[in-house]
Design a protein around this ligand. Structure first.
Ligand code: HEC
Length: 272
């Protein structure tokens, strides 16, 4: 009487349990104008750029950290055959974080690809979701490269692409005839927001899309949006960082940009 039950239970629990989440592959893709030019695994990356110790303050951890890390420039050369700081790059993480960076910034001395946390085997969890930053975490070694806004640190880096911003995110452009404030707001959005937010389905996927199907300005009052951008944590304990550095004028320009884009919706999903 008692035997069949555990067997049946085992079968049932096997059928119901979902597979464990796959750990991200330790490979980095290199893409040029939408074409994959190379994929390097961890060993190939280590050969291309011998590891060094990077030690310093890490703004995500809020303390000193030590990483085994590969200087970035030789990796870019190994992948693309050249490292030109007049080109533009787009870094993409596994979670949808998407950072456009000019070559002049990405190729600064000090940019490194961390491949190992020297203090915590298997990486110390990072960020609001306590994610594993591995296998590849972009870090900067110089004291003046601490600010995340100017020197972003994507974790779980999945790909590095050479592409002009206009080519990757054309649907985010408010157009040449847009008011000057909207153009300025667009510049701010490109610098600080596109890494987490999409407009017309183009951009990061960490935060909500801000233009379709409804624009943020269609369902939130302007004053609330501005207050939210400046300090999201006063509304909810979410995953958006505060932006205390944005002036009232910067916020008005962002609103003007969102307003303009609400009249320029493109939503490929909507047709389905
Ligand atoms: C690191 C990622 C990240 C960055 C950078 C970021 N956001 Fe967010 N944002 C989020 C997330 C995640 C949410 C969802 C709510 C939350 O977790 O706080 C959000 C929510 C919002 C909302 C509220 C949407 C709603 O109605 O609830 C607005 C508006 C917004 N962001 C605008 C911006 C603007 C403008 C910028 C650039 C100045 C920006 N965000 C930069 C991640 C980010």
């Amino acid at each position: 009487m008692s035997r069949p039950w555990p067997l049946a239970f085992l079968a049932l629990s096997l059928a119901c349990s979902s597979p464990p989440p796959a750990s991200p592959p330790a490979r980095l893709r290199f893409v040029r104008d939408s074409v994959e030019v190379k994929t390097l695994d961890r060993d190939a990356l280590l050969r291309a750029s011998p590891p060094v110790l990077v030690q310093g303050y890490d703004p995500y951890y809020g303390k000193e950290k030590r990483f085994r890390a590969l200087p970035l420039r030789p990796l870019i050369v190994a992948a693309f055959g050249e490292a030109r700081d007049d080109l533009h790059y787009v870094l993409r993480a596994q979670d949808g974080y998407t950072v456009p960076l000019p070559g002049k910034r990405l190729l600064e001395e000090g940019a490194h690809l961390a491949v190992e946390d020297m203090e915590v085997p298997g990486w110390q969890p990072i960020g609001p979701q306590q994610a594993n930053p591995g296998p590849f975490y972009l870090v900067w070694s110089k004291p003046h490269q601490r600010e995340l806004e100017s020197h972003p640190r994507p974790w779980q880096l999945a790909s590095v692409e050479i592409a002009a911003f206009e080519a990757v995110f054309p649907a985010t452009d408010p157009g040449k005839e847009a008011p000057e404030g909207a153009r300025r707001g667009y510049a701010t959005y490109r610098e600080l927001c596109v890494r987490c937010h999409a407009i017309n389905r183009q951009g990061g996927r960490v935060g909500p899309e801000l233009n379709v199907p409804q624009s943020i300005v269609e369902y939130r009052p302007a004053a609330q949006i501005k207050a939210y951008i400046r300090n999201p944590l006063q509304f909810r304990y979410g995953n958006m960082p505060p932006h205390p550095g944005l002036s009232e004028g910067d916020l008005d320009d962002l609103l003007s940009y969102f307003q303009t884009m609400s009249g320029r919706k493109q939503d490929p999903e909507a047709k389905r």
